[in-house]
Design a protein around this ligand. Structure first.
Ligand code: NAP
Length: 253
């Protein structure tokens, strides 16, 4: 019998998994998007969009749509969805796997300061930084807007409307992947001395860190938020192997 799989998406991993499963004869795959990005990369196959209404709403959706297995492939910083999916799958007794790219790890030659929240970053910048690349999401900019002694290059996939009132800044709407050559050029052109970003991991946005290492720039790196202890795959192959396991009579692989 065909199984129905829900992928909680919004990431390159979710899109790659949906593409890999598109021709799988034994699976019906639904990809769920939060519906916030103006022009998201659309995954293959069936798509639904918008929040579920918390963990209870998600549990009700899982039951109503007779979902057999869930893969939470949301972004490492989409922590609320991680907790909601863990609670909802427990409530509905549906197997859940987390698909998550490994975090970046500082290497020799890196000059990183790791932080837990953006207010820490704002304090750090006032000591020793002058021209800063904020490589952040549009909802993460406000804690930096009052730092009038600094100049900011604000790079984001979508810009907030209105933009918080920065004293000195320029915006750059851009979506990765970014090449090392382009990142080096950008950082040199704007005379950047510090990059503020979060530890998203993956290949698409790593070039700025390699560039920072080569150019001796400071990086203020936000650590990943705490997630529930869900079984986790880091590769597509592991996720597909999990899906291919037979389900026990309780519904758990
Ligand atoms: P979040 O804080 O974990 O989620 C906030 C709320 O958005 C959730 O409670 C849920 O609403 C809804 N939601 C999130 N992901 C959803 C999904 N895949 N399908 C349906 N509803 C979803 O997440 P976020 O940080 O705002 O990120 C939103 C989306 O953007 C995620 O899907 C994530 O994969 C993607 N994304 C996030 C980042 C980032 O840096 N945070 C970066 C790239 C992509 P309800 O409670 O109503 O169900």
């Amino acid at each position: 019998m065909r199984r129905t799989i829900l992928i909680l998406g919004g990431t390159t991993e979710a899109n790659a998994l949906a593409a890999a499963l598109a021709e799988h004869p034994g699976l019906r795959v639904i990809v769920s998007l939060a519906g916030r990005t103006a022009a998201p990369h659309r995954p293959a196959g069936e798509i639904r969009s918008g929040g579920f209404g918390g963990a209870d709403g998600l549990a009700a959706y899982l039951t109503a749509r007779a979902i057999d297995q869930v893969i939470d492939a949301t972004h490492p910083f989409a922590a609320r969805m991680g907790w909601n999916s863990a609670i909802a799958c427990t409530q509905a007794a549906i197997p859940l796997l987390r698909l998550e790219r490994p975090a970046w790890v500082a290497q020799a030659g890196d000059y990183w300061t790791e932080i837990d929240d953006w207010s820490e970053a704002a304090v750090l910048l006032t000591a020793g930084s002058r021209r800063v690349l904020l490589a952040l999401g549009r909802q993460e900019l406000a804690p930096f807007a009052h730092l009038d002694a600094l100049w900011f290059l604000i790079r984001s996939v979508d810009m907030p409307d209105p933009l918080p009132a920065f004293g000195h800044s320029q915006t750059l709407q851009a979506r990765g992947p970014f090449t090392l050559a382009d990142e080096c050029r950008l950082l040199a052109e704007y005379d950047i001395d510090t990059i503020v970003c979060k530890n998203s991991g993956g290949d698409a946005a790593v070039a700025k860190l390699t560039a920072a290492r080569q150019m001796g720039l400071r990086v203020v790196m936000r650590k990943r938020p705490l997630r529930p202890p869900t079984p986790t795959a880091t590769t597509l192959a592991e996720a597909i192997a999990w899906l291919d396991q037979p389900l026990s009579p309780t519904g758990l692989p």
